[in-house]
Design a protein. Structure first.
Lengths: 418, 360
């Protein structure tokens, strides 16, 4: 062995010792100043004459096409509120962060909004996976998230307000509607992720209890565009209707394939729960005309609040931009937060939560009421039929807002779901 | 040249990195930024392996996400079982599954020693199996890269399909504790950071020893002329296998430490895109140089955070462009830039000396 390598080894040893010392020192340092930082971690900064809120949406990646519209309508609500004096005399300052359609990134950005920007509340997330990723972040930091998209239920975080529909306000009414029309043999098609799989579990349980049969259940990977096999299977199964939980681009390929397989809205109607006005535009209404959707809001929903919302949205973002259910739920969520803060006379998340029960808002979808126990909304279910003009016309509604039941406790057939 | 001078530089660099990671960063950064740095360092650990396998061994490993994921899931499975407590199922299984007890392949992970060993050994075993099959059949170049990609895609799709037992697209989220320590506590978060920093330095030291050993020479020889090495009596398949397996182990360890740092592991960290992102960092920094690969990896993920805060939509294009530019114009990465400039300056100086000489 050469003398150089012996010296090298000794150096490594002394370097290692120095390293250990540094580690020990810095670890000690960490303990003392960390105690202070954990106390102030979640405190929102409301000292100035503005209050910051976070907007957490995917502005890039596969989900961007949908989530950007949600961000836009959040901004519209914030602008409107600022123009009429803000919240508790403070102007809202939105901080927009990109979740990049990537779940760990959502968690990272949520932390940034809470800890660095010290926002009073955060609005956003779309996919269930992104919500599951940020949920522990909001819970640990005791900060509020307003989640604006219909979802698969079975969740109730103390720091999330769910302003989209849970399953008993969208999927169950859609099944009731199909049953009332005598459509009893269903075929299930969905994207392969949490929402469709959970939704289909619920549909299976409902079907079993209501004398309906499920002839098939198929999943395609998110973003998949190969649907000739599935369309042919659907055709061969001789079902009465298709329940579609496909998401995003896949719908384009599915409906084109559906049409070329010779299937129509008359011969075999499809009920979709993830196709709103924005998606109709990108799929093309010629493929969708006559098909059914289940939501709580359509651009065509009657009422002065909706006229005002649609007009303001088009004025801000362009005449050709449609409004949709998740956009409306996002817009509504900002107003609900404002009402909660004003009732609590504080931006403190705990006080805001305590004030939330019974808050109502005359939303574009009709009146919504916050259920403090579940932190979901009372919402009216609406079945719509897609028209050739790309808009969706309501054909049925539940008459009054339905009480949210995220765990489907009020439905005996759902007793062994969770 | 003085032989001592050459061997001192890495030691000094190593000590400098240690001071930066263990003293400067914890003092200068907020808890949030330190947590981000921990995440970046995990990517750097993957890059150390890529430097070895791709930079030195010429194996374009476009599927490191698989090994990162195996390590991450092995760790997360144990932590989820520990969070749930004895006799209980992890939260997502109660939600999405119908099983009343843990699936058989989850059970061994309840044992912390098994889970810890599995974070490194499981990826290494998979790499060894795949490597044996691939390298013996002399599959190389683009075919090897495509195979790695296919594996990454297949693994991600499988995970998504098994929602009741793997959490599907959500992955394993909401991890609360780390071997009895509460991850909520900022002090414990810092400890996780220190473990990651120490692991990174250890991996760099290990890789350096390997690169400068006789094996390292052989590895470069296989990269540059596999046939010639074969004629010299060595089996190139074994040489490549070692680099591939070691790189897989490093990615596995990175994945395992990523879990307590970020609190989530999901198929989004495993598929084709993240696998390519691991490689981009190493390529931009300089795949053949340890320092280049590590700094490149940290730089690229840091830029991702910083730029996506400013220009969210442009980031993806920028990242692609960076990769193309690095591969097309700077195959050695940024690490080779200094050497290139030095050589160019030397050439110019020589040219002026010659010109002056001619003029005189």
């Amino acid at each position: 062995m050469s003398s150089a390598s012996i010296i090298l080894r000794r150096r490594f040893l002394s370097g290692g010792l120095a390293l250990t010392a540094v580690v020990a020192l810095s670890a000690c340092g960490a303990k003392t100043d960390a105690a202070g930082s954990s106390d102030e971690a979640a405190q929102a900064d409301v000292s100035g004459d503005t209050v910051k809120v976070g907007l957490l949406n995917s502005l890039s990646g596969t989900m961007a096409i949908s989530e950007v519209t949600v961000r836009d309508s959040l901004k519209l609500a914030i602008d409107e509120i600022n123009a009429s004096g803000g919240v508790l005399g403070k102007k809202i300052q939105p901080i927009s962060e990109d979740g990049a359609s990537d779940w760990p990134t959502f968690a990272e950005k949520a932390q940034k909004l809470i800890k660095e920007d010290r926002v009073a509340a955060t609005f956003g997330c779309w996919t269930s996976a992104s919500r599951k990723a940020v949920k522990p972040v909001f819970e640990k930091n005791k900060s509020l998230l307003f989640y604006p998209v219909q979802y698969e239920g079975l969740e109730q975080s103390p720091y999330i307000f769910y302003t989209g529909a849970t399953t008993n306000q969208q999927i169950v009414p859609a099944l009731d509607y199909l049953k009332s029309k005598g459509l009893k043999k269903l075929y299930l098609v969905g994207s392969d992720y949490v929402f469709p799989r959970t939704a289909n579990k619920i549909i299976q349980a409902y079907a079993k209890a209501n004398g309906m049969t499920i002839l098939g259940e198929d999943y395609a990977p998110l973003g998949s565009t190969e649907f000739s096999t599935i369309a042919n299977k659907v055709k061969a199964a001789k079902a009465d209707a298709v329940f579609n939980t496909l998401n995003g681009d896949s719908n384009v390929a599915f409906f084109k394939e559906y049409k070329s397989a010779g299937l129509t809205a008359k011969s075999l109607p499809v009920v979709s729960v993830s196709i709103a006005e924005e998606e109709v535009k990108s799929i093309g209404s010629q493929y969708l005309a006559g098909q059914l959707t289940a939501w709580n809001y359509y651009q065509t929903t009657a009422g002065a609040a909706n006229e005002k919302f649609v007009k303001a949205y088009k004025a801000k973002y362009g005449e050709d931009k449609p409004t949709s259910d998740p956009m409306e739920a996002a817009y509504t969520s900002v107003y609900l937060w404002k009402a909660m803060v004003e009732k609590a006379k504080s931006f403190d998340p705990e006080k805001v939560k305590a004030a939330s029960d019974g808050i109502t808002f005359d939303a574009p979808e009709g009146e919504v009421t916050v259920d403090g126990a579940t932190q979901h909304l009372y919402k009216t279910a609406r079945i719509g039929e897609i028209g050739t003009d790309g808009l969706i016309k309501e054909v049925w509604d539940s008459g009054k807002p339905i009480e949210p039941d995220p765990y489907l406790k009020g439905y005996s057939w759902a007793s062994d779901l969770s | 040249m003085n032989p001592l001078k050459g061997s001192l530089r890495p030691v000094a660099g190593f000590a400098g990195a240690a001071v930066l990671l263990f003293a400067v960063a914890p003092l200068a950064l907020t808890d949030f930024r330190l947590g981000l740095l921990a995440k970046y360092l995990c990517t750097a650990m993957v890059a150390v392996g890529i430097c070895l396998a791709w930079g030195r061994g010429g194996l374009l490993t476009l599927g490191q996400g698989v090994f990162f994921g195996l390590g991450g899931y092995a760790m997360a499975m144990h932590l989820k079982i520990a969070d749930a407590g004895p006799g209980n199922l992890p939260d997502f299984m109660q939600l999405y599954g119908t099983a009343t007890e843990l699936p058989w392949w989850w059970r061994p992970f309840a044992n912390p020693a098994f889970a810890l060993a599995a974070t490194v050994l499981l990826p290494m075993a998979v790499a060894a199996l795949l490597g044996l099959f691939v390298f013996r059949r002399r599959v190389k170049g683009a075919y090897f890269a495509i195979l790695s990609q296919a594996l990454a895609a297949a693994f991600a799709i499988w995970l998504i399909g098994q929602q009741a037992t793997t959490g599907g697209t959500n992955g394993l989220t909401d991890i609360q504790g780390f071997f009895g320590y509460d991850l909520d506590d900022p002090v414990n978060q810092r400890t996780v950071y220190f473990i990651i920093a120490a692991a990174l330095l250890a991996l760099i030291a290990l890789a350096r020893q390997l690169i400068h050993s006789r094996y390292g020479e052989l590895l470069v020889a296989v990269r540059d002329s596999e046939e010639r090495v074969r004629f010299l009596g060595y089996d190139p398949a074994n040489v490549k296998l070692v680099a591939y397996v070691v790189a897989a182990g490093m990615a596995g360890l990175a994945g395992a430490l990523f879990v307590p740092a970020v609190g989530i592991i999901s198929p989004a960290m495993i598929g084709i895109v993240p696998s390519i992102e691991f490689v981009i960092g190493a390529a931009v920094g300089g795949r053949a140089s340890l320092v280049g690969a590590v700094l490149g990896a940290i730089g690229v993920v840091w830029a991702k955070t910083a730029l996506s805060e400013e220009f969210p939509a442009a980031w993806t294009y920028f990242q692609g462009l960076l990769f193309i530019v690095a591969l097309a114009f700077l195959p050695g990465g940024l690490a080779s830039l200094a050497g290139m400039l030095r050589r160019r300056r030397a050439r110019q100086r020589k040219a002026t000396v010659v010109a002056v000489g001619e003029a005189a």
